[in-house]
Design a protein around this ligand. Structure first.
Ligand code: DC
Length: 221
């Protein structure tokens, strides 16, 4: 297995931006596992599959051909570019529901593990350090206070604060309370509160930890 850096945490903690920058700095592949749950949710919506129909959701998750093109930052579902479509509000809500289905998680976790077989990765999600790669080389749990997370998401989406606040708290509640692989900090993960830190500060902080555990991002010889 190649080197895995696992980044988990709630919505709006800054995981995607940091994971992408970190991967670029280290020459690793950036893997956004949330995009995979979103892709399955999008497919389910398009096929009018009920989000309570676990059997059909399982079939979709297994059959989905999801390609993450990390050099061009694209998400491809069954050959179609769905990069923008998966960010729609209804897809965000559906993704959090689909992600609570154990069979869907099983199918996507297999795909996630396969991605790290041949390349070093910075993998971002909710259960990467706890379930997908319990032996990851470095685990970071990124957090920020809820007000700050709301502001970041609202700015990103160009949406109003109040509706984003509600969406985020509903999604966080579902992600943290589901029975299978809830969002949680792994016991050996480093907790990083990004509320008052700039992007550069967060990136430097993590790079220091990476360097301490690898030979400047490469395998120890
Ligand atoms: O990170 P995101 O907002 O794009 O994730 C979309 C949804 O997928 C979110 O509600 C949490 C869920 N998710 C998950 O359960 N496990 C992961 N490894 C990644 C995302």
């Amino acid at each position: 297995m190649a080197i895995v850096i696992a980044i988990d945490g709630p919505a709006g903690a800054g995981k995607s931006t940091i994971a992408r920058r970190l991967a670029r700095r280290l020459g690793y592949t950036y893997i956004d596992t949330g995009a995979m749950y979103r892709a399955v949710a999008l497919w389910a919506i398009r096929q009018s599959v009920e989000l309570s129909d676990m059997h059909r959701l399982d079939q979709l998750a297994q059959a989905a051909d999801i390609q993450l093109d990390s050099t061009r930052d694209l998400v491809i579902l069954n050959g179609e570019d769905v990069t923008l479509a998966i960010r729609a509000e209804d897809v965000s809500a559906a993704a959090s529901q689909v992600a609570a289905v154990p069979a869907v998680r099983r199918a996507l976790v297999l795909k996630q593990r396969a991605l790290a077989e041949t390349q070093n990765v910075v993998m971002e999600g909710r259960d990467i350090g706890t379930v997908v790669f319990p032996n990851a080389r470095l685990k970071i749990y990124m957090d920020a206070d809820p007000g700050e997370r709301t502001r970041r998401r609202a700015t990103e989406a160009g949406a109003d604060l109040e509706s984003v606040r509600e969406q985020i708290s509903e999604r966080d509640r579902r992600d943290q309370t589901r029975g299978d692989s809830p969002l949680a900090q792994a016991p050996d993960a480093l907790y990083l509160d990004t509320t008052d830190l700039t992007l550069e500060e967060v990136e430097e902080e993590i790079l220091k930890m990476v360097r301490a555990r690898t030979s400047n991002g490469k395998e120890h010889s």
